[in-house]
Structures are given as C-alpha cells and as structure tokens.
Design a protein around this ligand. Structure first.
Ligand SMILES: *Cc1c(COP(=O)(O)O)cnc(C)c1O
Length: 386
C-alpha cells in the first residue's frame, strides 16, 4: 500500500537560488521592462538553438504564435492546418487574424500531426501548417519540409514542449521552418513564469516580430535611451500589440536556459524509471526519440490498455486518492465546444485522437522530482492497476 503523504502535484517548478538572485539583481538594476536582460536572453537562446537563428522574446508562446503568423502575412480567409492534439492556443491565434484553423488528426503512437490527414485537408486557401512537437518528441523535420514544399506552405512550429529537443539530427528551432515558438509558462521545460521565444532565420520576419510585439513602434526605439538622438522621438508604423517580456522574467529565463540540458537529463532519467517500473502493466508507454535524437520529456503520457481494471477517469480519481496528481494532455480541440461547433467537427473525423483521448493521461514529470517522489508515483500506479 502507498502511505498517504503530502499530495504530490502533477507539476512543480524547478526554481533555485540562482534564479531568485538573478531576478532580485534585475529588480535592483533599475530596469524593469524589456531591456538588457531580455537582449542577453535572446542572444543566449539563439546560440543555444544554433542554426544562425534570431531570437525574439515575448510574454507568452501564444503571443509568439500570433506574431509569427502575422509576420508571415496570414490574414482573413486563409487556412492554417493545426493538429487536434494540442492546446487551444495553437488554433486560437489563427482566429485572431481572421484566418481559419483546419484541424486534423494525429498519429496513434506519437500524438503528432498525421501528414496523410493534413494532405487531405489542403485546399487552395491553405497557407501554413503548425506542427506541434507533442510532449517533447520532435515531428520529423524532413516530413515537415516535404509536406510544406509539396503544397507551398509556410511552417510555424509550436515548440512549447520542445526545449531542448532534437529530431532527425536537427535541434528544434534550428531547422528550415519560417518560425519556431517556445513557451516559458510555469510548467514548461524552462520557465519565466509567463513568457515565450520566437526564433527565425528570416531577418524581415524577426524585424516585424520586434516591431509588432511593442505597439508597432519601429525597432529604433529600443535603442533610443542609448542613442545620441533625442530620446522622446519614436514612430508607430503599424497597430501593434503589447507582447514584450519583462527584464526580471528574462533574468530568470537566462538561468533556466543555462540549466535546460541538465533539467532535461533529469526528466529523461525519471522517464526511464517509469519505463522500467511500469513495463509489465496493462499500459502503453510513451514513444522514445531515435538514438541520435533528443526527447525533451516535457510530458510522460501513458495509455491504458483494454485489459486495464479501471478506465482513464477512474484511474485519475484513484491516483488522486493515493495522493498523486495526474493530468490529461490534451482534450483534443475537436471535443471543445467552440472548435466543435464553429467548424462542425465530429469524433469520427478524428478516429485516432478520439480513441487516444479515452485512454491517455500524463504522470507527474518535472526536474525537481526526487527518486522518492517518483517511487510514490510508481507505487500508486501499480496499486491502481493491480
Ligand atoms: C503551453 C502551450 C502553448 C501556450 O504557451 P503559453 O506560453 O502559455 O502561451 C501553446 N501550445 C502548446 C502545445 C502548449 O502546451
């Protein structure tokens, strides 16, 4: 039996003294909004990703996805292909621009976009696709490129789960796509509380992102405090947004980025513990990255098999009773009232995601988790499925 101890939440952040010191020092510096820490965070992030990208920090991945699509010219009436197995942000940003997400099914074992389904969804209005690297398992970059080239589409990758993540030898972010967007939300692989980063190799896109994240004010304004020109003057060149990241958040992000690899390695270790301890149970374990690649292990998603004693909802309830939090990633878009009704989506058009949804759930996986906590999760899973 599992002793009833303190409740183990599904996710906890991994913030140490170094992050706290960096935020305090940023607060004492006299610069609170986007400034030197944000600029340094962008440079370091671009170096981390590689591939000569430019990095533009924003106050969420949602903002980053919105800005990326805007910078690439997505507008009213355009169609953008989005997998149903994602968070609503991936699709909502398409609506912000008056365009329409075309929601498609995913692959059974990776939960990543099914390119055959995507192919069937292409029309002459299709302008872009947003592949999601679900759980931190990369979508094959060659498959993305082949699909985009074949149909002449723009590509914005939703890399909210994918830092650091390597697919077919390519670091997510350093590939051929038009823009790649990372999230620093509280539960993501690195965090700034709220925050995000867009990377791109297209200088024009980067310039547009910088302008639009701050009210459509021409980039020159960022330098105006340091320039010899009078500092009051600036020009608005577009009706932009208010999506900039604060400097204390960027200071936290710089420390987290420095720890991104070691935190990933700890999550990989915890995932390997689950793999070993749950292999004999009636569950399907997550798909791994190839030997040369890197799974970010943002999530550890299991699927209950038919022979399991309990269904998914009972499993979650019994785990909670044993003091362990779990979650579901995701309720597929086609089952949410807005997307279902606005686009007349039916379960039978998403057979794989609809089936996976009935059986899948996420076990706790975060880098500050101890072996003892991981043992508690394992013991609880074994008790529930025994
Ligand atoms: C978290 C998440 C987002 C949104 O990230 P924010 O930084 O919270 O805006 C987008 N897509 C996916 C797949 C996510 O999990």
């Amino acid at each position: 039996m599992v002793a009833i101890e303190e409740f183990l939440p599904f996710a906890l952040p991994d913030i140490g003294d170094e992050e706290i010191a960096a935020v305090v020092s940023s607060m004492r510096s006299g610069w609170l909004t986007t400034g030197p820490s944000a600029a340094a965070f962008e440079r370091e992030f671009a170096d981390f990703v590689g591939g000569d990208v430019e990095a533009v920090c924003v106050n969420s991945a949602t903002a980053g996805l919105h800005l990326a699509l805007e910078a690439l010219g997505i507008g009213p009436g355009d169609e953008v292909i989005v997998p149903t197995w994602t968070f609503t942000a991936t699709a909502e940003v398409v609506r912000y621009l008056g365009a329409h997400p075309v929601i498609v099914d995913v692959e059974e074992d990776t939960f990543n976009v099914d390119f055959d389904a995507a192919k069937r969804a292409v029309t002459d209005r299709t302008k872009a696709i947003i592949p999601v690297h679900f759980a931190g398992l990369a979508v094959d970059p060659y498959a993305i490129r082949r699909f985009a080239d074949e149909h002449d589409l723009l590509v914005v990758e939703d890399a909210a789960h994918a830092l650091p993540c390597v697919g077919a030898g390519t670091m997510v972010g350093a590939g051929e796509s038009d823009a790649v967007v990372f999230s620093f939300y509280a539960t993501k692989t690195i965090t700034t509380g709220e925050g995000g980063m867009v990377v791109t190799r297209n200088k024009d896109v980067a310039a547009r992102l910088r302008t639009m994240r701050l009210h459509g004010i021409n980039r020159n304004v960022f330098d105006r405090y340091r320039s010899t020109k009078p500092s009051w003057h600036y020009e608005v060149v577009a009706p932009g947004y208010k999506y900039n990241l604060t400097d204390p958040a960027a200071a936290m992000g710089r420390v987290q980025l420095g720890r991104a690899r070691s935190m990933r390695d700890r999550r990989a270790e915890l995932a390997a513990r689950y793999d070993a301890a749950l292999a004999d149970l009636p569950v399907k374990l997550p798909t791994h990255a190839g030997a040369e690649d890197l799974h970010a292990w943002h999530l550890y998603v299991i699927r209950l098999q038919e022979s399991s004693r309990v269904d998914r909802n009972q499993f979650i309830e019994e785990m909670a009773r044993l003091g362990v939090g779990t979650s579901v990633h995701f309720i597929p878009l086609h089952q949410h009232p807005y997307w279902r009704d606005a686009y007349e989506l039916r379960d039978r058009d998403f057979p794989v995601a609809s089936q996976n949804f009935t059986t899948s759930l996420s076990l706790p996986l975060f880098s500050s988790m101890t072996d003892a906590q991981s043992d508690r999760v394992i013991a609880a899973v074994r008790t529930v499925l025994a």
